[in-house]
Design a protein around this ligand. Structure first.
Ligand SMILES: Nc1ncnc2c1ncn2[C@@H]1O[C@H](COP(=O)(O)OP(=O)(O)OP(=O)(O)O)[C@@H](O)[C@H]1O
Ligand SMILES: [Mg+2]
Length: 343
C-alpha cells in the first residue's frame, strides 16, 4: 500500500516563486536532472515573455540536446525570448590566454616573449586554469546580463562540488588578486628605491636621497601599471559578481535531487557548504518522482520507497520550499516535453 504523499508544490509554483529573481543557479549531484530542470524553468519564463538567457557550464552537450539545438560559446536564439549558451572550457581557456598574451606583449620586453609564450602554453593545462577561465566568463555574463536586457539568467551547472566552488570562487579570486596587487606594489617600491640607490654611491646619503626623482620615470613609464590595471578590472568583476551572488533578492540557488539516499546525503552536504559561504538554496526540486499509486507491484514498491525517502526529505529540508517533477516515460527533449514537466 502506498504511504501518504508528502506536501510539495509543482514546478509551476517554483516558476512563480522565481519570477522576480534575475539570477538562477541550478545545481545538484550528477544525473539528477539539473539540465532538464534549468531548461524547463528557462522555457517557462521565456513563454511568459520574459527575456531569458540560459547558460550551461557543463562540458557535455546536454543543454543543446534538451533544447534540440546545437549550442556554443555564443548566444543562440532558441525562441524570441530565450537565448542559450554552452560554455566550452577549451575555447574559453584559449581566448583567456590569448588575452593574457596580448596584455603581456604590451608591456614585456620583446626578447622575453618566446619564454613567456611557452610559459602560457604550459599554464593552459595547469590545474584550475579551466576553472578560473570558466569562472571569469560566468562572472562576465552574470554582470552584463541585466545591461543586455535579460530579465533572467539561468545557470545549468556541472555536478554539486564544482557548482559550489564556482559560487564561492569570486571571493577567493578577489583575495588572490589582492595578493598579486600587493606584491606588484611592493616590487614597484623596491624597484624605485633600487633606482635611487644606483644613482647615489654615498651610503650615508641614502636616506636623505629619498625624495630624488627617478630619472627613468618619464622616459619609461612603469610597465607593471598596465598589468595592475588588468588585475584591478578583474578584481572589480569578481567583487561585483560576488555581491550579486550573495544578494538573495537577485540570486536564487535551486538544488535538484532525486528521492534516493545518496542524493539526500549529498544535498544536505551541499546546503552545509552553501551556508558556510553565507548562501542558501531558494528551493529544492525532487525529480523523477513516481506517482504514489501504481498498478504494478514492482513500481508500487519503488513508489513506496520514494515516499519513505520523501518523508526524510521533508523533515531534513523543512526550511526550504520543495517542488516535485514526476518521472516521464521517455527522456525529456524539446519544448513540448519540457512544458509537460510543469503539469
Ligand atoms: N523527470 C524525468 N523523467 C524522465 N527522464 C528524465 C527526467 N528528468 C531527467 N530525465 C532524463 O535523465 C537524464 C539526466 O537528466 P539531466 O541531463 O537533466 O541531468 P543532469 O543533472 O543535468 O546531469 P549531469 O550531472 O550529467 O549534468 C536525461 O536523459 C533526462 O532526459
Ligand atoms: Mg547537466
Amino acid at each position: 500500500m502506498a504511504t501518504q504523499s508528502i506536501e510539495h508544490t509543482s514546478l509551476k509554483t517554483l516558476v512563480t516563486q522565481l519570477s522576480q529573481q534575475p539570477i538562477i543557479f541550478v545545481g545538484g549531484k550528477g544525473g539528477v536532472g539539473k539540465t532538464t530542470t534549468a531548461a524547463a524553468l528557462a522555457s517557462q519564463l521565456a513563454s511568459q515573455q520574459k527575456k531569458t538567457l540560459i547558460i550551461s557550464t557543463d562540458p557535455a552537450h546536454s543543454l543543446g540536446d534538451v533544447l534540440s539545438t546545437k549550442l556554443n560559446n555564443r548566444k543562440t536564439a532558441i525562441s524570441p525570448y530565450l537565448d542559450a549558451i554552452e560554455l566550452n572550457p577549451d575555447v574559453i581557456v584559449d581566448a583567456h590566454f590569448a588575452q593574457v598574451e596580448r596584455t603581456i606583449t604590451a608591456y614585456a620586453n620583446p626578447d622575453m616573449m618566446p619564454k613567456i609564450r611557452e610559459h602560457l602554453r604550459l599554464s593552459k593545462s595547469a590545474p584550475g586554469a579551466q576553472e578560473a577561465a570558466m569562472l571569469e566568463s560566468m562572472c562576465q555574463h552574470l554582470v552584463s546580463a541585466a545591461e543586455e536586457g535579460y530579465e533572467h539568467i539561468i545557470f545549468d551547472t556541472a555536478p554539486t562540488g564544482h557548482t559550489l566552488r564556482l559560487l564561492v570562487l569570486p571571493e577567493m579570486m578577489g583575495a588572490w588578486t589582492d595578493g598579486l596587487l600587493a606584491q606588484q606594489r611592493r616590487q614597484a617600491k623596491l624597484r624605485s628605491v633600487a633606482t635611487r640607490l644606483d644613482k647615489n654611491d654615498d651610503k650615508n646619503n641614502r636616506l636623505k636621497d629619498k625624495d630624488v626623482a627617478n630619472p627613468f620615470e618619464k622616459q619609461k613609464p612603469d610597465r607593471w601599471e598596465q598589468a595592475v590595471a588588468v588585475l584591478e578590472r578583474r578584481k572589480a568583476l569578481f567583487r561585483q559578481a560576488a555581491q550579486l551572488l550573495h544578494d538573495h533578492k537577485k540570486t536564487a540557488i535551486v538544488l535538484v535531487m532525486t528521492a534516493d539516499i545518496l542524493p539526500l546525503v549529498e544535498t544536505k552536504r551541499a546546503i552545509e557548504q552553501l551556508e558556510s559561504a553565507n548562501l542558501k538554496p531558494a528551493a529544492i526540486v525532487v525529480n523523477q518522482l513516481i506517482h504514489p499509486e501504481q498498478q504494478d507491484t514492482f513500481w508500487q514498491q519503488r513508489a513506496n520507497r520514494q515516499q519513505q525517502i520523501m518523508d526524510d526529505i521533508a523533515t531534513t529540508f523543512k526550511r526550504y520550499p520543495l517542488s516535485a517533477i514526476y518521472l516521464q516515460q521517455t527522456d525529456i527533449r524539446g519544448f513540448e516535453a519540457l512544458s509537460e514537466l510543469l503539469r
